[in-house]
Design a protein around this ligand. Structure first.
Ligand code: PEP
Ligand code: MN
Length: 338
């Protein structure tokens, strides 16, 4: 921690701060400049309430310099995390993995046709929501476990893996046999009870950034899962809410390199929720790959205009096929495969 004293701070005020830090077991290094004193504290500062220091007389500001998350931090695994799935697909390695499917699983024909085309275009994961967090309680809420079974069967028939959203603790157990990757949606990024339970699950987790979540909050949320012993966490940038209204959310592409610097966890770009518009999904998917995303998740549907949810951002299957070719080219340009 760094404590910067005010220019007019007295020796007594400086001593009081030093004493407080020393009592907490912190080693204090004092630097006195021409007009200001800086105290650098090294040691067990994790549990200290820095705002209490900030309110002590003579203090200008206090900064934490060590990260508040330990297991999610890059230092925990400097080489990066690679998550391997049962069919050998890896996320976090050199290959950019593509996940695609409808926002919601609607019926067998829809999910079968989607699986066939996602596989043919080179996707590795079939996505689809069975439990849907809809803004309106009157909107389609998803087919639940029967829908998830339809997706799982379609995925396996076509050699794909499955990712689907879990909204609450009671859904974890029944979903387990039918997913390879649990998705925690933006609305649940800070549902700490759910995250703690998923820390005990022995399945990888795709943790999406909340609409008002900072990168630090996203990493702290991932820490809940990691602290439970589940180290297979993948983060997802899916757009945040800003003052801009031209797109559904503002896709924060810079979060991708920032997270790669701060954390060892792989990161996925979701340009569908990031833009809300199918004519912009491709550009932001390619931008995500160029920025270093380890995977891309996009919404596709055999009859995209009539999708039960998120139709406006859902790609036509032909559009997805074209995008896959472009993703391969961008991946190649940066020394990766797709
Ligand atoms: C989804 O993936 O369909 C979804 C609801 O995503 P998000 O939680 O990012 O809104
Ligand atoms: Mn959706």
């Amino acid at each position: 921690m760094i404590v910067a004293m005010q220019e007019l701070a007295t020796e007594e005020q400086i001593d009081a701060i030093i004493q407080e830090m020393v009592e907490a077991g912190v080693n204090v290094h004092r630097t006195t400049g021409a007009s200001q004193t800086i105290l650098a504290g090294v040691g067990p500062t994790q549990a200290l309430d820095l705002t209490a220091f900030e309110q002590m007389p003579g203090v200008m500001y206090v900064h934490r310099i060590s990260s508040p998350y330990k297991l999610a931090g890059r230092g925990f695994r400097p080489e990066g995390t690679i998550i391997e799935f049962e069919n050998g697909v890896k996320i976090g390695g050199n290959e950019v993995v593509v996940m695609a499917g409808p926002c919601s699983i609607e019926n067998e024909a829809q999910i079968q046709e989607t699986a066939r085309r996602v596989k043919a275009s080179g996707g590795k994961f079939l996505r689809g929501g069975a439990f849907k967090p809809r803004s309106s309680p009157y909107a389609f809420q998803g087919l639940g476990i029967p829908g998830l079974k339809l997706m799982f069967e379609a995925a396996r028939e076509h050699g794909l893996l499955c990712v689907s959203e879990v909204m609450e603790i009671s859904q974890i157990e029944p979903m387990l046999p039918y997913v390879d990757l649990f998705q925690v949606g933006a609305r649940n990024m800070q549902n700490y009870n759910l995250l703690r339970e998923l820390g005990k699950a022995r399945k990888p987790i795709l943790l999406k950034r909340g609409i008002a979540g900072t990168i630090e909050e996203l990493l702290l949320s991932s820490e809940y899962i990691l602290a439970g012993g589940n180290y297979d966490v993948i983060l997802c940038e899916r757009g945040i809410r800003t003052y801009e209204t031209a797109t559904r959310n503002t896709m924060d592409i810079s979060a991708i390199p920032v997270i790669h610097k701060l954390s060892h966890l792989p990161i996925v770009g979701d340009p569908s929720h990031g833009t809300g518009r199918r004519d912009m999904v491709g550009a932001m998917a390619l931008a995500s790959v160029a920025a270093g995303a380890d995977a891309i998740i996009v919404e596709v549907h055999p009859n995209a205009d009539k999708a039960a949810s998120d139709a406006a951002q859902t790609l036509y299957l032909e559009q997805f096929d074209t995008l896959m070719g472009q993703i391969r080219l961008v991946a190649k340009a940066i020394g990766r495969t797709a």
